[in-house]
Design a protein. Sequence first.
Length: 201
Amino acid sequence: MALTKIPRGLLDTGIADSSDATAITIDSSENVTTAAALATGGNLTVNGNTNLTGNLTVDSTTLYVDSSNNRVGIGTNSPAYAFTVEKAVTDDWLSRIYNTGTAEGDNGVLIRTGSEHDGTSILSLYSGSSYKFKFQADGKLGIGTHSPTSPLHVSSAANRTLLLDYTAGSGGYSWMSFKQSGTEKFRIFCDHTSGYLSFLN
C-alpha cells in the first residue's frame, strides 16, 4: 500500500512552505518526493541512484550544474562551455591531471574531436590577449600563431626563433635529419668539440 500524503506536523521535515499541507509523497516503490524545499542541518546520505531535475549548486560556485544548457562549472555559476573551470590561483597550478600508474600503457589525457577539417583546433593555449599554441585536427602545429599552414609553423618576433640545446656535455655531435618517404636525403651536423657546422647530402 502506498502512503501518498503526510500532513504537516506529523514529521519534523524542516519544510517551511506553509501553502503545501502534503509536501512529501511516498509511492508504492518507496520513492520519496517533496514539492517544496528540503533542508537538513546534518549530513545527507543517499544509498542508490540520485536523479535531479533542475540546476545543482554546491556552495555557490564550488560546483554548479546548468541543467538548461547541459553545462558544468567549477569555480563559476555561469559556465560558458560544457565544462568550465575558473579560479584565481596564486603561485600554484590551477589543476592537475595525474595518472599514478607506472606500467606501460598507463596513459595521460586523450583529447579527441570528430572533425578532421583544416582549422579545427584539438588543443589551443591562450594567454593574455592572444593564442600562443594551437594543434589542429589536420596535424598542423602552430607556435606563436593560431593559423598554422605547415606541420610545424613557428611565428615569433624574437631574433632567436629556434634553440637546439645539446646537454650531453663536451664532445659528441648532434644533427638534424631531412627525409623523404622514410629515406634520409640531407643532414646538418654540429660538432660539439670543434664547434664546426657541416652538411651531408
